[in-house]
Design a protein around this ligand. Structure first.
Ligand SMILES: [Zn+2]
Length: 245
């Protein structure tokens, strides 16, 4: 698939996560299968980040997009009953800004949490999931330190306030796998046939192989609340967080 394309679709979301509106052409459309565009900024879902919602606008008609399906092509799923633009139609694509922006802030916030918990408590991530504005992350942490909940909330918000830059780059596979931080996080999630690996680097805090969309610097995440720390198994701690606004 490569880094910039999924099937026939040029992915615009990876190069510019701030893009919300663009012109494109429908390559294939079917009310059951979905719609394939030549260029798309819809995040298709992956790495715990859910897919975008949005619309296609064409000839005075609106097609709501409520999800995606990843196969040989990147299929956009239209809302049931909405008209579907025929192949060859020029459309304006638009990603629902509120949902995507909250997902970007939430996703970057999880990387800050992951970086802080590894740096200060030595714990590895075992799983995560997110919705716009709220998320959970599981850590392998046999002993819960005193005041863990309050301490991680303070540490995470200190890194948000420090406004660390979030740098995205792609590296050749061998070079990416040689990064010590990559080994500890998600090396097993890098597809074996992928020759280039996308790296999300919260500079000075956390480096991960990651295909998601992120804010440009940690201040854009905004204040994070640690809602709850739960025990899920002997060594597994589930940390629930949410954006404060
Ligand atoms: Zn991530």
């Amino acid at each position: 698939m490569g880094i910039t394309h999924h099937g026939r679709t040029h992915r615009l979301d990876l190069a510019d996560p701030t893009l919300r509106e663009w012109e494109c052409t429908v390559l294939h459309a079917d009310p059951e299968q979905g719609i394939v565009l030549d260029r798309s900024a819809f995040y298709p879902g992956g790495g715990g980040q859910p897919p975008d919602h949005g619309v296609l606008l064409w000839q005075g008609v609106q097609t709501r997009i409520v999800g995606t399906r990843k196969g040989d092509d990147l299929w956009l799923i239209p809302a049931e009953g909405d008209p579907v633009p025929p192949a060859g139609t020029t459309v304006t694509g638009a990603v629902e800004d509120d949902r995507r922006t909250r997902l970007m802030r939430t996703h970057s916030g999880l990387h800050v949490l992951c970086g802080v918990v590894f740096r200060d408590f030595g714990a590895l991530v075992t799983g995560n999931s997110m919705e716009p504005g709220e998320a959970r992350m599981d850590f392998n942490l046999p002993e819960v330190p005193p005041d863990f909940k309050a301490r991680i909330e303070e540490l995470v918000n200190a890194e948000v306030a420090a406004d660390r830059s979030v740098a995205v780059r792609t590296l050749p596979r061998a070079e990416a796998l040689a990064l010590p931080d990559i080994i500890r996080t998600q090396s097993n999630l890098i597809p074996p046939d992928e020759q280039e690996v996308r790296i999300v680097d919260i500079v000075g805090l956390d480096v991960q192989a990651d295909g998601g969309t992120h804010v440009a610097s940690t201040a854009q995440i905004g204040k994070i609340q640690v809602v709850k720390v739960e025990s899920k198994g002997r060594a597994n701690r589930r940390v629930r967080v949410r954006l404060a606004d």
